[in-house]
Design a protein around this ligand. Structure first.
Ligand SMILES: [Zn+2]
Ligand SMILES: [Zn+2]
Length: 152
């Protein structure tokens, strides 16, 4: 009863803004290298049953014991989770990033060099430095839940 009253008083918008997320497991995004049978990387994706917001868990962090209520990394308003692939001379690195058009972030390439990246309007990424031979691809998690990203 109490929660219904709050819903009516606060309106839907403020309910979403202050959502006390109720996340359930949604699926996984697997990153494969071409011709390799096992995933190179994997991200677990959770979805809030109330506001449909997504939460991601990079399996390398080993956070599998954390409950959805406490454990998920926070994300900026309006940004999406993305899997960034860094490919240089057949060496590959991937990381979970917050992607938002116009957002710049520091990235450290597979060869250890710092490489600032800019997220474009179409969620591709480009380097803000001089053109480099690095190849970066960004995959928005929303579109890859229970699908595979194949790095060529
Ligand atoms: Zn929520
Ligand atoms: Zn890189």
């Amino acid at each position: 009863m109490e929660s219904w009253k709050r819903l009516l008083d606060g309106g839907v918008l403020s309910l979403v803004e202050s959502c006390s997320h109720d996340a359930v497991y949604y699926g996984a995004v697997n990153v494969f290298l071409r011709d390799e049978p096992n995933p190179f990387g994997s991200v677990d994706v959770w979805i809030c049953r109330k506001c449909r917001d997504l939460f991601c868990e990079d399996k390398r962090w080993g956070l599998t014991d954390l409950s959805p209520e406490v454990g998920f990394p926070k994300r900026d308003e309006g940004s999406k989770w993305g899997v960034l692939i860094c490919l240089i001379n057949n060496e590959v690195k991937w990381e979970l990033v917050e992607a938002k058009p116009g957002k710049r972030f520091e990235h450290s390439c597979v060869d250890g060099k710092a490489c600032p990246l800019l997220v474009n309007g179409d969620y591709s990424v480009s380097t803000t430095e001089a053109p480099s031979p690095n190849k970066h691809s960004l995959f928005v998690v929303d579109g890859y839940v229970n699908r595979s990203i194949v790095v060529k």
